[in-house]
Write a protein that binds this ligand. Sequence first.
Ligand code: GAR
Length: 171
Amino acid sequence: MKKILVMASGNGSNFEAIVEYFRNKDVLIELLCNIEGANVISRAKRLGIKYFIVKFTDTYKFLKDKKYDLYVLAGYMRILPRNVLALGRFINIHPSLLPEFRGLNAIKRAYNSGCKVTGVTVHYVEEEVDTGEIIAARKCEIEQGMALCELEGKIHQIEHNMYPKIIEEIL
Ligand code: GAR
């Protein structure tokens, strides 16, 4: 059985999509969250997924004696240091067509830029923010008159659709 660790800090909609996708498949999912009280923890409780709340600064100490086949960042909003990244394969999902709109609030920044197309990128994680070899990217058109919340909804739908399948392929 393959074992993956989803790492998240906030809402956790990608975490939930991953859990749903792998239901009844031979993959064990655990959650690491660095923020106490984050919504993703309520999701883990509801879905019956084992979770760990670990301060960012304790990440290496916590992970060094554990082994996962893949570390899946899903809205984990900290930059992981080299010693953590050396523990295995880390992937991340980012709501833009990288290298455009790296960092925080990528959807809003794309929306406000007036560009017509944005998207979602899944990539291997390196020490710098939102860099590393690109595994897959999907485009998302910004239609005329579209509200920001509509674009956000569309982007999240693409994320929920693509991320679990990519994880499965990598495993
Ligand atoms: C997702 O849109 C993800 O792409 C983004 O955070 C959101 C988490 O949503 N990640 C980044 O911006 C990483 N730089 P979720 O908590 O509902 O899965």
